[in-house]
Design a protein around this ligand. Structure first.
Ligand SMILES: Nc1ncnc2c1ncn2[C@@H]1O[C@H](COP(=O)(O)OP(=O)(O)OP(=O)(O)O)[C@@H](O)[C@H]1O
Ligand SMILES: [Mg+2]
Length: 221
């Protein structure tokens, strides 16, 4: 589970408080959405609970380990083994093909061979089989995003953190992505934290967390 308590994040000089004393627990196998207006702090919060950024104050525990205390190497290993990231900017490697990008996580552990079949299945499921050998520069934004989603899913991670994973997609492909997320949550027990503007998608989660000005709110404002 993820246990984050009394999180504060400040940026700039004078310090501006973007996350203002947030405590959340996300249970094993839970599918949680984080919704709120632009600028409310959703991405900032997701970065902190997903090990990619440190809070100014507060503690994040995942799997009963305090993430803030791990060394850089330990955090890298933890991420590669346990976490799939899907972000607004998808960070594909420009010199690798779609398939190679999807196989990057297992390649880091030298076990890409046994994942090739799954990679091809994911590409097919996401309607991007035709991009297999294309470089990111030769793909549309939505195709690149779906490659990044396949990459996040390839190792069947215990946790998935997704920031607007459907942002660049038409409604058909957005629905496919949401269906896949729901499926890995139900079938593999993957714990999913999803940031979305879309209330319809937000409602697909087990629980909705609303952010207003860096605080948790009872309702979507
Ligand atoms: N590195 C940074 N330095 C300074 N301010 C930042 C930084 N990152 C985020 N902010 C500010 O923090 C606030 C929250 O940003 P954040 O990206 O978390 O919002 P968001 O809810 O994800 O918005 P959106 O829906 O537009 O993606 C914004 O006002 C933003 O300008
Ligand atoms: Mg954001």
């Amino acid at each position: 589970m993820i246990h984050a308590h009394n999180l504060v994040k400040e940026f700039g000089e004078p310090a501006q408080r973007i996350i203002n004393d947030i405590t959340i627990d996300i249970k094993e196998g839970e599918f949680v959405s984080i919704a709120g207006r632009s600028g409310s702090g959703k991405s900032t919060l997701l970065y902190i609970i997903s090990t990619l950024d440190n809070p100014t104050h507060g503690v994040v525990e995942i799997n009963n380990r305090v993430i803030n205390n791990l060394s850089v190497e330990e955090v890298h290993e933890f991420r590669n083994k346990n976490i799939g990231f899907i972000f607004q900017f998808h960070y594909l490697l420009p010199e690798l093909s779609a398939l190679e990008n999807v196989l990057l996580p297992p390649m880091n552990s030298g076990i890409q061979k046994q994942y090739k079949k799954r990679a091809l299945e994911l590409l097919e499921r996401l309607n991007i089989s035709h991009t297999l050998n294309k470089m990111p520069g030769q793909m549309s934004g939505g195709e690149q995003q779906r490659v990044a989603i396949a990459r996040a899913l390839i190792m069947n991670p215990k946790y998935i953190f997704a920031d607007e994973p459907t942002g660049n997609l038409d409604s058909t492909n957005a629905q496919i992505v949401m269906d896949i997320l729901k499926e890995v949550n139900k079938e593999s027990g993957t714990t999913i934290s999803l940031v979305t503007h879309d209330r319809e998608f937000s409602k697909m989660a087990d629980r909705e967390i609303f952010l207003v000005d860096g605080k948790i709110s009872d309702t979507y404002l």
